[in-house]
Design a protein around this ligand. Sequence first.
Ligand SMILES: *[C@@H]1O[C@H](CO)[C@@H](O)[C@H](O)[C@H]1NC(C)=O
Ligand SMILES: *[C@@H]1O[C@H](CO)[C@@H](O)[C@H](O)[C@H]1NC(C)=O
Length: 361
Amino acid sequence: MACLGLLLLVSIVTSACIACLAHNDDAPPPDCHRQSGLRLQAPFQPGLITLDGLSSDWASVSGQSFVPLQAIKPDPAQPYASGPLNIKVVHDGHDVYFLLTFPGPFEFTQGDKHKCPSIALMFGIGDDATYNNMGGCDQNPDACSSVSCEGHAVDLIHFSIGDAIPGRLYGANAYDNANSTGKDSIGSLNDMYGWNPHCRYFDGLLPNGSNIPNSGAQNDWQGAWSHSSMDLTYGLTSSDSPYSASGAQGVFTFEFVRPLRTSDRFQQDVQFTIGNTHRFMAAIWFPVNHVPWVNYQHYTASCDWIPLDVEPSRKLTQNNSLSVISGVTLLFSLGALVASATVCWWTRSRRLVPFQAIEMS
Ligand SMILES: *[C@@H]1O[C@H](CO)[C@@H](O)[C@H](O)[C@H]1NC(C)=O
Ligand SMILES: *[C@@H]1O[C@H](CO)[C@@H](O)[C@H](O)[C@H]1NC(C)=O
């Protein structure tokens, strides 16, 4: 019966998907033959991930390794020097989770994001949104609008960790969401949208900085970070900053979560659907050799959109409708058996009582 219950439950569950992107400021599209067959799969894995900036709970999930190259001039001879970027994605039917890990010496300067590593994710929203030039809308900043750049919208998140305590959540907070913007004024994990590298804005804000009335905009993300050289056993507070020794070798871990769907009404958030493939990109900024990074200096995981499949539950797709139908049939047969036994017993006991009563009187 437990088995049948599970089958029925599984038959109710269906499928979803995700999208993404990156950028090259006005440069021609780079040669994109360096890594072929890159793809990310987000399996259905409910109850597995704690959003704590640590990766041990992801051990059973398979990921994809990327060689991060400079976004502006991707030169395979000059990758991000410390090693590959590994990305894993899962969903639980409601939220989608991202894990990014990459080796690197510990670099952190409280309050100065350019002296800390920083991460961005990009997703394609509009049909015509290209990876190259962050959506590829051919307009100057003063001419960008949802009309002039229609179809080029990309969804962006950017996490600058200079004010973020390792292992704690940043992103969505009541203070900023009350204003209907994607800004995170506490931890700088901002939810943004854009049409090209010069036309990037917080969700809910117009290019001129005004709030969009009734935009439905929120910061829908949460994220956390850590470095393997830290001792996180008892939790950290801001008084522990800088949290580890400068230059300590180890691995940076970034974790993000967002609901598959959001309340956005202006094409500022990608909307994920189970069973669909979305367009994705990830980027790293890093103060290599203690040199603060500048905005255009970032490494991207690839030089074109990475397809991201949001997978349906495997139990549903493998056992498919045949097992569900035979499960339901078996359930009905069992029900019929129990019902006939009950009717038998009931009629027998009804018949016996009056018979005995007559005998005794
Ligand atoms: C919310 O909006 C008000 C009015 O525009 C502004 O004064 C305030 O600073 C905003 N709050 C945040 C957190 O941005
Ligand atoms: C920004 O643009 C909107 C729509 O075009 C307009 O209603 C608003 O007044 C503008 N805000 C400012 C501060 O110029």
